[in-house]
Ligand binder design. Sequence first.
Ligand code: HEC
Ligand code: HEC
Ligand code: HEC
Ligand code: HEC
Ligand code: HEC
Ligand code: HEC
Ligand code: HEC
Ligand code: HEC
Ligand code: HEC
Ligand code: HEC
Length: 573
Amino acid sequence: MKALIRYLRQGPDGVIEAQDSDATVNELTIGSAADRQIQLIGREVGADHAAIRASGGKLAIACRGRFRVQINGKSVASGSLALGDQIDIAGHKLRLFKPPAGFDVAIEVTLTSADASEFENAFRTDLDKTWLSKRSGAWLLAILTLLLALALPLQSVFIHRQGKPTPIPSVDDALWSAGPLSPAHELAAGKKCSACHQQLFVHVQDTACRDCHRSVADHIAASTQALAHLGTQQRCAQCHREHDGGASQIAVRDDTLCVGCHADPGASFGSIPRKLGAVSGFARGTHPAFSIQLLKPPAGSEMAALQDWVQSREPLATARERSNLKFSHQQHLDGARVTRARDGGVLGCADCHTLENDGQHFLPVTMETSCASCHQLTFDPNEPTRQLPHGKPLDAIYVIEDYFARKYSDPTLPVKKSTQARRLPDKEIPTDLADVCTGPSYICANRRAAAEIENQFAGRGCVSCHEVQDSHAKDIQERFQVIPVHLTQDYFEKARFNHRAHAVQKNLTGDAACLSCHKAKDSKESSQVMIPDIGNCLQCHSNRYVKDQVTVQCVSCHSYHPMAIMQANSQEQ
Ligand code: HEC
Ligand code: HEC
Ligand code: HEC
Ligand code: HEC
Ligand code: HEC
Ligand code: HEC
Ligand code: HEC
Ligand code: HEC
Ligand code: HEC
Ligand code: HEC
């Protein structure tokens, strides 16, 4: 089981401070021995006093030997536990509270203020009883300490760093250790303290971390760093703790780390190119409304090629998107207008949107997987099984030209009369030019093909889904250009969002849950953005504990080290 243990302590200023630690164990052991998960000191506490276990979803406490505990004031040797139960062991108070997401059990420990005399009594020895005098003893100890804890390791450090073995094997840097390293670093650095402590008597420098972690990107882009008036930069070690055996999971996730800079950006880092709103938490009025990242053509050149498009940050409330794909969610979700080809059912979100494994993004919508079952690329009403290839405009043009060349030149092909005629905006295309064209067959074929190409790109084919640029060039093959489709995958560049954690919204599931965030039934054009703004999230979230809300931290949504750059850097190597 995964357990959260919260120690409550009264600080010198009288304020109660909470300190969390977590453990994944079969049972939570309690006692005075140092290796207990919950260590309690006191005369009445046994070395191995009791243990809390989970079985069948229920928690129970069982004492070892003759020991007893008090549950809600009743003295027992064992008993089952429920949320809110208070366990009393020699004055120390343990209380079960509702475990946050990810934990099976959470326990609050309030220690009795340890009675110092209790310890002293146990260990007191009197120097006078020995052959040492106080003064000479003190001198001896001081010299010994210096020798053992400073001189010996110091010389071994120098020998170590020259790559030679230390004369006394048991004396090495480990003497100075401040505690066990996190498992990842234990494995990577082991006893080589100098991997991080590069200079003696100097705090761990960022360069040491960077020697190994080359792909970690800076929170603040180098270009911004030059402009910002950042006072003391955060050192890596300020957020990444060490020597606690990995208990803090290396990264400190406290909001105060972030709020320190972001509560008043003007004062903390001055004016940087992108003006950032003040952020002091995640609640009404403490976090700015969201903005999103969109790719847009550069100002003044609407038809620029996709590779020239630029990133644009826009407030969600007023953002418009340019995907170059014509699509109306409202139309397609209306069962009276559109039904599934397969079974006649109304379209659901899952017909077009499939969640990716990351739980955040969806697989890109494609013509083949999401549209082709209803929208076929037929071009000759007389041959409804003939379809154009998709995605390659020039190939489609060749297919049309080849098709009509053969159709008009091959006398063995029967010419079928059509009953329905399509319309171009201003002129009628005869369905079969053979009816009206009296010239040589190749001329008739070319004219018919050109009319169909025009129809596809300017009438009712490809152009019904695509934005098409018409250069009015004489050569029909060069005249039209389908503007590439760009579907946004990541609207929040600087934040993450987990769809899997939101599959159920209060009492809504399935499409109804999706619709509580995405107003798809009101979206008539692909330019409408349906991503929810902060107001939606605040219904259920806050950075502080609020009843019936899920508490979130800055790092629940933001990663401190930018991901995209991190990946780009690691590819470079
Ligand atoms: C993965 C990097 C890493 C390795 C390897 C490492 N340490 Fe540290 N150590 C740290 C960090 C980070 C701190 C906290 C320093 C700070 O806040 O500036 C620290 C702090 C200490 C401190 C407390 C003094 C201080 O500067 O705050 C001692 C003592 C110490 N380490 C000893 C050792 C010894 C001995 C070894 C080798 C067995 C070792 N360390 C290996 C990262 C490391
Ligand atoms: C000797 C090389 C080395 C040094 C020096 C080093 N690290 Fe690491 N660190 C690793 C390795 C290897 C891992 C585990 C693999 C990984 O996550 O990249 C790791 C893991 C981490 C993680 C956890 C990653 C996770 O996914 O949980 C953090 C955070 C981290 N290091 C920060 C630091 C900081 C801060 C320093 C400087 C005080 C530092 N490291 C120094 C090699 C090193
Ligand atoms: C040393 C001060 C400092 C600290 C600490 C800090 N930030 Fe920042 N943050 C900045 C600066 C400066 C920028 C602008 C970066 C840029 O434009 O390159 C920024 C940018 C951001 C952005 C992107 C804003 C945008 O839209 O471009 C987010 C999100 C963010 N920080 C969140 C956090 C979180 C979460 C933490 C805590 C884990 C944190 N910050 C800690 C200074 C800081
Ligand atoms: C017939 C296929 C289809 C169905 C069914 C469908 N979508 Fe979409 N969806 C698309 C296409 C195509 C796009 C990209 C074009 C656009 O932005 O409109 C898209 C884009 C989106 C976007 C991101 C773009 C934006 O404007 O915010 C969201 C969110 C979305 N769909 C939600 C939904 C939800 C919720 C449902 C179910 C109620 C749904 N969709 C049903 C095809 C579909
Ligand atoms: C709690 C609100 C919420 C719910 C519920 C929700 N979404 Fe989203 N959705 C978001 C947010 C926020 C984003 C923007 C995330 C990003 O781009 O980083 C998003 C993005 C999207 C996108 C566009 C990004 C992409 O990867 O294509 C699609 C499509 C989408 N959602 C479909 C759905 C569907 C389908 C459902 C129901 C299964 C659903 N959403 C449920 C909030 C929600
Ligand atoms: C289940 C069948 C079905 C699927 C799947 C489907 N559509 Fe449609 N679509 C229709 C129907 C039927 C209409 C006509 C609706 C009407 O008349 O109101 C239509 C109309 C349209 C129109 C308007 C055409 C016009 O000429 O007015 C566009 C654009 C369109 N769909 C694009 C798409 C795209 C893009 C996809 C895939 C992402 C898609 N459709 C998936 C059935 C479907
Ligand atoms: C029912 C709507 C629909 C019709 C009709 C349609 N397309 Fe598309 N087209 C899409 C969608 C959706 C995409 C984006 C996803 C994909 O690549 O499938 C797309 C993508 C494209 C792309 C970009 C491919 C890429 O890899 O970037 C081209 C080029 C294209 N279509 C050409 C055509 C041509 C030429 C026709 C007519 C023969 C046509 N399309 C008809 C829906 C349509
Ligand atoms: C109807 C209530 C509801 C709304 C609205 C909602 N959430 Fe959540 N959210 C939850 C619940 C419940 C969880 C816990 C789910 C779990 O732990 O599996 C959660 C978990 C989270 C988490 C942490 C869990 C994780 O795995 O990443 C984040 C971050 C988050 N939500 C962000 C958002 C954002 C951003 C929005 C707005 C776009 C939002 N939520 C809107 C109910 C909601
Ligand atoms: C529930 C999710 C969530 C939480 C919690 C959250 N943010 Fe954000 N934050 C967002 C989203 C979404 C955006 C807008 C998307 C983007 O900028 O890419 C944003 C934008 C920002 C920005 C840019 C503001 C601007 O002016 O555009 C900063 C800075 C920021 N957040 C810092 C923080 C800090 C600091 C915290 C912790 C106190 C925090 N955020 C907590 C989701 C969250
Ligand atoms: C302001 C606090 C802060 C500072 C300063 C900081 N980090 Fe981190 N770092 C984090 C947080 C928070 C995470 C947890 C990852 C997440 O959720 O984004 C993290 C994650 C990591 C990881 C794990 C990889 C990952 O993305 O999960 C490594 C490695 C790392 N940091 C190295 C460093 C190094 C090296 C430095 C110094 C150059 C540094 N960090 C400075 C807050 C910080």
